[in-house]
Ligand binder design. Structure first.
Ligand code: HEM
Length: 434
C-alpha cells in the first residue's frame, strides 16, 4: 500500500501523449542501438523535435539544455517525486513482496517534495563536509592502490569492472555510511539490481527477485541504524542520528525523523556507487583510444580532474533523469497537462552544438566542460558530486602513473545493461605491457 511519501511508487499504467505533442513512434531508450551508442540518435531526435512523446516509454522527452534547465529550475511545476519509481507497472507478485508491512522506507532524496526535501537535504549535505571528504580521500587512495595491485598481480589482460570499478565505489560509499566491511558482498548483491527495478524493464521473475532484495536490504538498513543508535562512531549514519537526537520532530519544519534517517541510508548505497562504477569505466573508454590525451595525462596527472569533467559531458554515466508535471504548463511551445511524465535527455543536451563547441570531440582541455548537466541543477543538484569526482580522479591518477601502456583489449564487444538512465559497460577488458 502506498502513502504520499512512498519511496518507490509504481505507475498503474503508461500515460498517453499530450494533445498536440509530436509523437516519435519507433524510439525507446531501451532499443539495442540506443543502448550501444545513444549520441547520434539523441542528437537527431533533439534536432527533429526538442520536445516529443515516446509511446513505448510513456514519457515526454525533453532534449535541449535550455528546456532541461527550465524544468530543473522550476520544481513547483516539474516535481521530482517520480525519480525512484519503476517506469512500467509492476507484476502482482512483485507488488505483493513490496507490500510487506515492514517495507516502509519514506521518500527522502529528490523523490520527496518540498519543503521536506530541503529540510532533509540540509542534513545529507552536511555529511559531505570538507573534513569527511579529506578523510575519505586517504582511504580511497589506499583501497584503489590495493585493488590496482591485485589487478596488476593477476597480469594482463584484466577485467576492470570486477577488478576496481565496481568494488571501489561500493566500498567507499559503504564506509562513508558506516557499514562494516564484512557485509560488503551481501549489500552489493542486494543493490546490484536496483538499476533494473527503477530504470529498466525486468521480467516478472526478475521483478520478484529484485523486490525481495530491496526488502532484505531495507531490513538490513533498519538493523544497522538501530545498532548505530546505541554505538556511534565517526560516520555519516552517526552524524544523522546525532542530528535526529538534537531535533527529532520535523513537525516544526526542522529536524529529521528516525524513519527518515533509516531511509537516507537505504537510498545512499545505490546512488553512491552504481553511477560511479560507470564513470570509472567511461573515463577509460574515452581516454585510452585517444593516445595523445592519455599520454598527456600520464605526463601530467594533474589533468585527471579535467579528464573526469570532460567524460561527464561526453560519455556520462547518467544520460537521463525524470520529472512529472504538477500542473498544466507549456514547455517549448508544447502544452503539457498536470501528471505528464518527462524524460530529460542528458545525452542530447551534453552534446548540443551552441552549448558546447565541437561537441562530438572529446577534449580534456575543453573550456567549461562542467557546463554539462550530468549532476542535475537547482535544488536537487547531486550532493555526492564531489565524492564521485574525487573517486574518478584518483583512479585515473593511479592508473596513468602505474600503467602508462594501458589500453582497451582489442575486439571486445561492449554490452550495456538495458535501462533508460545509467550508462557504463557491463565489463571492460584492459591490457598493458608487462
Ligand atoms: C557519477 C556519479 C553520479 C552521478 C552522475 C549522479 C547524478 C545525480 C543527479 C543527476 C542528481 C539530481 C537528481 C534530481 O535532480 O532529481 C543526483 C542527486 C543526488 N545524488 Fe548523485 N550522482 C552521482 C554520484 C553520487 C554519489 C557518489 C552520491 C552519494 C554518495 C550521490 C547522492 C545523490 C543524492 C543523495 C541526490 C539527491 C539530492 C537531492 O535531491 O537533494 N550521487 N545525482
Amino acid at each position: 500500500m502506498s502513502t504520499p511519501n512512498t519511496y518507490h511508487q509504481a505507475p498503474d499504467s503508461i500515460t498517453s501523449a499530450p494533445p498536440g505533442c509530436p509523437v516519435h513512434q519507433p524510439w525507446s531508450p531501451l532499443d539495442a542501438d540506443y543502448l550501444t551508442d545513444p549520441y547520434p540518435i539523441a542528437n537527431a531526435l533533439r534536432d527533429e523535435h526538442p520536445v516529443f512523446y515516446a509511446p513505448d516509454l510513456g514519457h515526454v522527452v525533453v532534449g535541449t539544455m535550455d528546456d532541461i534547465e527550465t524544468v530543473f529550475m522550476n520544481p513547483d511545476v516539474y516535481a521530482s517525486t517520480n525519480v525512484q519509481d519503476p517506469i512500467f507497472p509492476l507484476c502482482d507478485e512483485a507488488a505483493a513482496v513490496l507490500a510487506a508491512p515492514d517495507f516502509d522506507p519514506v521518500a527522502v532524496m529528490s523523490n520527496r517534495p518540498e519543503p521536506d526535501h530541503g529540510r532533509i537535504r540540509t542534513y545529507t549535505r552536511q555529511g559531505f563536509s570538507n573534513r569527511r571528504l579529506k578523510s575519505l580521500e586517504g582511504y580511497m587512495r589506499e583501497r584503489a592502490t590495493v585493488l590496482l595491485d591485485r589487478m596488476v598481480a593477476g597480469g594482463s589482460p584484466a577485467e576492470y569492472v570486477a577488478a576496481l570499478a565496481f568494488p571501489l565505489p561500493a566500498e567507499i560509499v559503504f564506509r562513508f555510511i558506516g557499514f562494516p566491511p564484512e557485509d560488503d558482498t551481501l549489500i552489493k548483491s542486494w543493490c546490484a539490481n536496483r538499476r533494473a527495478f527503477s530504470w529498466g524493464k525486468p521480467s516478472p521473475e526478475q521483478q520478484v527477485e529484485i523486490a525481495q532484495g530491496m526488502v532484505d536490504y531495507w531490513r538490513y538498513c533498519r538493523e544497522f541504524v538501530a545498532e548505530r543508535r546505541e554505538r556511534r562512531t565517526d560516520d555519516f549514519t552517526s552524524e544523522l542520528l546525532d542530528a535526529h537526537d538534537a531535533d527529532p520532530d520535523p513537525a516544526n519544519g526542522t529536524g529529521i525523523s528516525y524513519r527518515e534517517v533509516e531511509s537516507v541510508i537505504y537510498g545512499f548505497s545505490f546512488a553512491g556507487h552504481d553511477p560511479v562504477t560507470a564513470l570509472l569505466c567511461n573515463t577509460l573508454l574515452c581516454l585510452l583510444p585517444r593516445r595523445d590525451q592519455w599520454a598527456e595525462l600520464c605526463a601530467d596527472p594533474s589533468l585527471a580532474a579535467a579528464a573526469v569533467e570532460e567524460t561527464l559531458r561526453f560519455e556520462s554515466s547518467q544520460i537521463s533523469w525524470r520529472r512529472i508535471t504538477t500542473q498544466d504548463t507549456t514547455l517549448a511551445g508544447i502544452d503539457l497537462p498536470a501528471g505528464t511524465r518527462l524524460y530529460l535527455n542528458f545525452a542530447s543536451a551534453n552534446h548540443e552544438p551552441g552549448v558546447f563547441d565541437d561537441p562530438e570531440t572529446f577534449d580534456i582541455h575543453r573550456d567549461k566542460a562542467n557546463r554539462h548537466i550530468s549532476f542535475g541543477k537547482g535544488i536537487h543538484f547531486c550532493v555526492g558530486n564531489g565524492l564521485a569526482r574525487m573517486e574518478a580522479r584518483i583512479a585515473l591518477e593511479l592508473l596513468s602513473q602505474r600503467l602508462p601502456s594501458l589500453r582497451l583489449a582489442p575486439d571486445q564487444q561492449m554490452s550495456y545493461f538495458p535501462n533508460i538512465t545509467f550508462r557504463g559497460p557491463d565489463t571492460l577488458q584492459l591490457e598493458w605491457d608487462e
